[in-house]
Ligand binder design. Structure first.
Ligand code: HH2
Length: 278
């Protein structure tokens, strides 16, 4: 897979692993663990040593029902961590935010390389032009509603068709804002306004989102729909579920896996790669 960053092009055999680092008190799985920059830096190091290609730093939980945080609070959580990671490690850094000001500061001041926007440029009207000006890759993720409302009885007659229509519209919007095609990454948004059957259908039919030929990212890690399958109630106990679903996603064409458990995912991908003969 090739990623065209603002200052260079990175080409590396895929799939890539994006390691999750939440500097929040309330994320559904790792909330409260990495609020201090020192602890966050140690976790970033662990993710990189375990084989993460990208460290995804977020300062706002988007779990169902969450209310969101102010720009100031999110900046205070995320920026020092991005800066410290950049000073200490070579890994690519993405900033998981819907706010244009934070995206700009993380890239220009912190040295972040990618923007991961779960609203696909919709929540902040300046996000499209900001990403275009920064010249960084951006993840456009599908979500029905907002994190606060998305799990209140979501309904689809054709989830694949709806997500495709959404992608078509958001791609147009991104291009109209001046973002070039080679910077776009698509993500169907597992768990973001989806019923159990919708999440399963998205995974089963993931290959259908390859029509645009943009890289595909999936965020399956420890999510509730996986726990529902096995009866595992603790997010941290869902490693096997996550790895299995990740391998299935790669077989269906995923290029990037966003995960908490980088080491286990890296091992599973090594087996997959060996069997495929690569
Ligand atoms: N999922 C979460 C957050 N960011 N970004 C992308 N592109 N895709 C996802 O599926 C995705 C995402 C939710 O997971 P997590 O960060 O672990 O939890 P929280 O939102 O509670 O911080």
């Amino acid at each position: 897979m090739i990623l065209r960053l603002r200052d260079r092009t990175v080409e590396r055999e895929g799939p890539w692993i994006m390691g999750i680092l939440n500097t929040t008190p309330d994320s559904f799985s790792d909330g409260g663990s990495y609020m201090q920059p020192e602890a966050a830096l140690r976790q970033a190091e662990a993710l990189v040593l375990a084989g993460a290609d990208i460290v995804d730093v977020g300062g706002e939980s988007t779990r169902p029902g969450s209310a969101g945080v102010s720009l100031e609070e999110e900046m205070d959580r995320v920026l020092p961590v991005v800066e410290r990671i950049r000073e200490n490690f070579d890994a690519l850094i993405s900033v998981d935010t819907t706010k244009a000001s934070l995206a700009r500061a993380a890239v220009e001041e912190g040295g972040a390389n990618l923007v991961n926007d779960i609203s696909a440029l919709r929540f902040d009207e300046r996000m499209g032009e900001t990403v275009a000006r920064l010249g960084v890759p951006v993840v456009l993720m599908h979500m029905k509603g907002t994190p606060g409302t998305m799990q209140q009885a979501p309904e689809y007659t054709d989830v694949i068709g709806e997500v495709k229509d959404f992608f078509a519209e958001r791609i147009e919007s991104a291009l109209a804002a001046g973002i070039s095609r080679e910077k776009l990454i698509l993500d169907p948004g597992f768990g973001f306004g989806k019923r159990q059957e919708d999440n399963l259908a998205l995974l089963r039919r993931l290959a259908e989102f390859r029509v645009w030929e943009f890289p595909l990212l999936v965020g399956l890690s420890r999510k509730t729909f996986l726990g529902r399958i096995t009866g595992e109630e603790r997010p941290s106990g869902r490693e096997i579920e996550t790895v299995t679903a990740g391998v299935l996603a790669v077989l269906a064409g995923a290029d990037l896996l966003r995960v908490h458990d980088v080491r286990a995912t890296r091992k599973a991908l090594a087996v997959l790669q060996a069997v495929r003969g690569g």
